[in-house]
Structure formats: structure tokens, C-alpha cells
Design a protein around this ligand. Structure first.
Ligand SMILES: [Zn+2]
Length: 401
């Protein structure tokens, strides 16, 4: 069984982009790599063979969702998440915190009118932040649940994923510095508990799990740098950058946070994951700064809505078009010129338009296969360009207005 490791293969001469391989006990993840979203232990509507064929090495399973449906015990009983879903590749799990916190977006983080940011709890608030974790109300059955760093890592160990995320406080925007600082203090204290639990893994589901420490600090340079330094000093196998790409922060901060933290993190040659980013132009910006993996629901969720990715649509259309529009009714071209995915090898726009109009399940499947393959091939193009020191040239070619 391979132990978790990360090897950098090549550094682009003109940017901080780099290629490499993350090895887990379930195979190799080519970096930079796109991590697809498999929330409930499935990339909706695809079989494992189809996922592999889309050039996807790893996908995310959400601990929070698994806790409620089917329950961690069910997955443990099946021998872990890989066996449960018959996926032989690598799996990442999140801490469950983000979903739990999202429920309380208008809860304890919301500042009072008087500007008092003290964590408060009232009957309407779904999430209560405690020093040793969070208490929240289950969105499924209204039960009160406690989730802390120990519980989160325990659940991820029982799922047996290859890469686990540390349990952090996901802050939302807008936020004041003093609250972000308090939240960061908790996140760092929780990381110590996560590491302890990671070292004392008592179950045998996956003996080669990696723990990524999540960098927080919201939009504040001093806090983000403090967090990056703190997490870098810890015994974790990798890093993740959280709460900036997915919580309403102004876009300008998304990449500033990378500029503040990556020079610190990248120095230690451990992989860095960017949580919740996935528009094509953002992928280029992130990789240029030294991000190794990133995840997003965009290709799969958009696919199910009928949005088809194609380079020809360009930046202004966010590289996609809506196949349900009547202009595709008689269009016998494939979804995207030059695409060699299963969908484009076999079907036309006209047919897929018809499937969506008729709400046929095959439409969602074919669109998902195309979109994931599109992301898989963009990542491959990016990796090749880095190897040839041409990354910036490729980026320019893609990001023209
Ligand atoms: Zn295609």
C-alpha cells in the first residue's frame, strides 16, 4: 500500500504554477487537478467507470451529508466509503463544518445593530459556536447535534477517505477583524485536536489517510498570514485554503488571500487545496499562484441545469451555453468542437436539447459527462503547459475577453 506523499514534478519558469503527483493508497492524483463534487458519495448519475473516463482522479464526499444519510455507521459497516460506492480512486472528505455553518449564515455570525459581534445564540439561530466545537440543528430531522474537531476527524476516519480536512470555523462575509481573529483562534486550537485524533486513528479502514490543515482568517492579511505560518508549522500532510471562495467575499480578496498565504505554504512542498473554486478563469488565476488542487460543483451542477461548457463561448459567457435554448433544436453539431468525450463521440446538440426539454434522465448524464471531461481536459492542457513553461501563454489564450 502506498503511503500518502506529494512529489513536485516541474515548476513553471514564468509563474508559481507547478505540476506534481499526490500518491494515496488509492492511486495517483495528477496536479494541478480538479476535484469533482460527489456530495452524497456519488457524482450524480455517473458510474465509477464513467467518472474515470472523464479524467477525474479524485472527488469530494461531504461528511455532513454522510452523517445524516446514510449515517457514518452504514459506510463503516460497508468497509469504508471506497467499498461502499465501489470507487477505486482517491477520495477527499471535508470536515462537515461548512455545511453546518451554512445553516447558520444568519445566526451567530451576524452582527447586532449595535455592532456587537459577540457570539450570540437565540431561538432562531441554527448554529451555536462553542469553544470546543459547534452545536447545530439537523436540517434533516431538527435534532440538536454537536460537531467538534475530534468528532469530525473520527467520522472522516470511519469513512476512510484518503484526504481529510481539519475542522475549522467557516466565517462569512461581511465580518469584522476582531471576530475573524476570535474565530481563527478557535480554528487553530481545533487543528491541534484534529492532529491528535489523526495520530491516534484506532480504526483500520484506511491506514494511509492524510490530514490537510485549513487556513482561515477571512479577508485580513495579518490573520491569513498568521494562519498560514501556524498551519505550516504543524504536522499535517497538506493544506487547504478555506472561507474565501464560497462565502460572498468580494472577488478581489479571493486571489489576494492566495498572494498572502501561498508564498508561506508553498515553501514547504506540501500540496495546497483551494476549497470551493472552479470557474475556468479562477482556475487559471489559482494555479498561476501555486494551487495544486481545487474543487467546485460548477461542472456537475451546471450540467444538470443544461449548461454546456465549451471553450468557444469565451470568458464573457463563462465558457458555457444553455442547451435548452430553441436555437439548438435542429443543431446536429456535437456539444463542443473538438471534444472527444463519450457524449460528443455519440450524440448531437439536437438530441441533447430534446432530452432536456423532455426531462429525460439521459440528458443530465450526458451533460455531466461532457462537462466533467471538459474540466478534465482543461486541467490536462494546463499541466502540459506548465511542463513546457508555457502556462502564461495558455492562460492568455483562454482568458481573452
Ligand atoms: Zn464532450
Amino acid at each position: 500500500m502506498d503511503k500518502f506523499n506529494f512529489k513536485i514534478h516541474h515548476r513553471d519558469k514564468n509563474s508559481n504554477a507547478r505540476t506534481g503527483i499526490i500518491t494515496t493508497s488509492h492511486g495517483k492524483i495528477r496536479t494541478p487537478g480538479f476535484v469533482s463534487c460527489g456530495t452524497a458519495a456519488t457524482i450524480k448519475s455517473l458510474t465509477p467507470e464513467e467518472i474515470k473516463a472523464c479524467s477525474i482522479d479524485v472527488f469530494f464526499v461531504n461528511t455532513y451529508h454522510m452523517m445524516f444519510r446514510p449515517g457514518i455507521d452504514v459506510v463503516k459497516n460497508a468497509g469504508g466509503v471506497h467499498k461502499f460506492m465501489n470507487w477505486e480512486g482517491s477520495v477527499m472528505t471535508d470536515s462537515g463544518g461548512f455545511q453546518a455553518f451554512s445553516l447558520g449564515e444568519n445566526g451567530p455570525r451576524k452582527q447586532t445593530k449595535a455592532g456587537n459581534e459577540k457570539t450570540q445564540f437565540n431561538e432562531k439561530t441554527l448554529v451555536k459556536i462553542l469553544e470546543d466545537g459547534i452545536e447545530f440543528t439537523s436540517a434533516w430531522d431538527g435534532k440538536k447535534i454537536f460537531l467538534g474537531p475530534k468528532e469530525s476527524i473520527e467520522a472522516q476516519q470511519e469513512l476512510g477517505s484518503d484526504i481529510m480536512m481539519s475542522f475549522d470555523e467557516c466565517t462569512f462575509y461581511p465580518i469584522k477583524h476582531n471576530y475573524a481573529k476570535e474565530a481563527l483562534k478557535r480554528t487553530h486550537a481545533w487543528l491541534e485536536v484534529c492532529i491528535e485524533q489523526h495520530k491516534n486513528n484506532k480504526n483500520k479502514i484506511n491506514l494511509s489517510q492524510a490530514l490537510y490543515g485549513v487556513v482561515q482568517g477571512s479577508i485580513f492579511e495579518d490573520l491569513r498570514m498568521e494562519s498560514a505560518r501556524f498551519i505550516k508549522s504543524k504536522d499535517v500532510e497538506g493544506f487547504a485554503i478555506g472561507s474565501v471562495a464560497n462565502a460572498k467575499e468580494p472577488r478581489e480578496f479571493v486571489f489576494k488571500v492566495l498572494d498572502w498565504t501561498l508564498p508561506i505554504l508553498n515553501y514547504s512542498e506540501r500540496p495546497v487545496h483551494f476549497l470551493g473554486i472552479g470557474e475556468i478563469e479562477d482556475i487559471f488565476e489559482s494555479i498561476q499562484r501555486g494551487i495544486d488542487t481545487l474543487d467546485c460543483v460548477i461542472p456537475t451542477r451546471m450540467g444538470r441545469l443544461g449548461y454546456i461548457f465549451s471553450k468557444e463561448m469565451g470568458l464573457s459567457k463563462k465558457y458555457r451555453y444553455d442547451i435548452t435554448k430553441s436555437e439548438f433544436k435542429l443543431d446536429n453539431n456535437i456539444l463542443s468542437r473538438g471534444c472527444r468525450c463519450y457524449t460528443c463521440s455519440n450524440f448531437t446538440r439536437s438530441y441533447i436539447h430534446h432530452l432536456f426539454k423532455s426531462r429525460e434522465l439521459l440528458g443530465y448524464r450526458l451533460a455531466t459527462i461532457h462537462n466533467l471531461s471538459f474540466f478534465g481536459s482543461v486541467m490536462e492542457e494546463i499541466r502540459n503547459s506548465i511542463e513546457e513553461n508555457n502556462f502564461l501563454k495558455l492562460k492568455k489564450e483562454w482568458i481573452k475577453k
